[in-house]
Ligand binder design. Structure first.
Ligand code: NI
Length: 371
């Protein structure tokens, strides 16, 4: 089966986080037909395959995420999603196919391959914690490095975005409750208005990025959901706020979350009201290993590709969880300039898979022999 056939099949059959049953079976069947070993692991979805080199060497890993998004595809592709309300709009179909193709190429080059490569096909990246499903199996224990990619609609095919440190941000999920006392809209003096307090809180929260965070650091505070009241003439007793904090280093993450909690509680208190602040930590910022980044850059040049240094983006990526345990690098693979990731009009040029697979094959083969 060619890589375009595999890619088109995956694109037509997207599955959401933790529901990647057919996708897992499909990847397994292709790899097994090539004689590639699948590790026996207690995973409901996702898998880890192994390509063992003929020469002694290190154990490394390559990770591709496999889930799709709850979006209705809006493209005219002949291989458009067949599942209504589901779409590979984040390019994970590109990641899977690049992983399969790289595994197939290395399986054919086992004579030159040192050590072994674990191919991780990870479920539920979009849910924010699928990485733990893989990490908790212990299958990666003892690896010396982990490589990954993300499709980039900001780069042309042939361009690879490479940078040390953070390329994506730490994610925190906010849930805030402002609790006052409800009363008649005509008689505010009888209650404590949580809508007025919320308005002051939302405005004050913007002072964190403007006044507390160093201008040389990155941070975002967004309130994205506000809910309170049900009627035009009644002041409610509670308001719910939700939102997110994004940062790219631990100190800034701690600073923003501490300031946020203080501002919400103290402003609520100034209005004689109470606040409940829940901050749920998502993945930290990705943290690309500097020497792997340098190595990835040199390999791109020797593959006659164009390495470019990307800006950090404030989206989240659970590859960061692997990097908490092992040196790792995620690169941006150019898929041609198109609509943004998570946009229903997102498309990727399949040619990027061939570029990506040749690149990772070279990266892995050389890593074994250089280090
Ligand atoms: Ni993604």
């Amino acid at each position: 089966m060619t890589y375009t056939e595999i890619f088109e099949h995956l694109h037509e059959n997207p599955e959401l986080s933790f529901e990647e049953f057919e996708t897992t079976a499909y990847i397994t069947a292709i790899l097994q037909s090539e004689g590639i070993e699948i590790l026996p692991l207690p995973l409901k979805t996702g898998l880890v395959a192994r390509v063992k080199g003929a020469l002694p060497g290190k154990k490394i890993a390559f990770r591709a995420d496999i889930d799709a998004l709850p979006l209705e595809e809006q493209t005219n592709l002949p291989y458009k999603s067949k599942k209504s309300g589901k779409m590979h709009a984040c390019g994970h179909d590109i990641h899977i196919t690049t992983g399969i193709e790289t595994a197939r190429l290395l399986q054919k080059k086992r004579d030159e391959l040192r050590g072994e490569v674990l191919f991780v096909f990870q479920p539920a990246e979009e849910a924010g914690d699928g990485a733990f499903e893989i990490l908790n199996t212990g299958a990666l224990n003892g690896i010396e490095a982990i490589f990954s990619l993300h499709a980039s609609p900001l780069l042309e095919v042939g361009e690879i975005g490479i940078k040390e440190g953070a390329i994506t941000a730490a994610v925190d999920l906010l849930k805030i409750k402002i609790i006052g006392t409800g009363c008649h809209g005509a008689q505010p003096q009888d209650g404590r208005d949580p809508i007025a307090a919320s308005a002051a809180i939302i405005s004050a929260l913007q002072s964190i990025v403007a006044r507390n965070v160093s201008p040389f650091r990155q941070a975002v505070v967004s309130i994205t959901h506000i809910e309170g009241g049900s009627n035009w003439n009644v002041i409610p007793s509670e308001v719910l706020l939700e939102g997110t904090v994004r940062t790219t280093d631990k100190a800034t993450r701690d600073l923003v979350n501490t300031r946020l909690k203080k501002i919400v509680e103290d402003v609520a208190s100034a209005y004689d009201e109470c606040a409940e602040v829940e901050i749920n930590a998502g993945p930290p910022a990705t943290n690309n290993d500097a020497s792997l980044a340098d190595y990835a850059w040199r390999t791109a040049e020797s593959c006659k590709l164009t390495p470019v240094r990307p800006e950090v983006t404030m989206v989240g990526e659970d590859f960061a969880h692997y990097q908490e345990q092992f040196p790792g690098i995620m690169v941006w693979l150019g898929v041609g300039k198109t609509a943004a990731l998570h946009n229903p009009a997102f498309t990727a040029q399949p040619k990027a898979i061939e570029v990506g697979a040749a690149y990772f094959t070279e990266l892995i083969l050389r890593y074994g022999s250089e280090s």
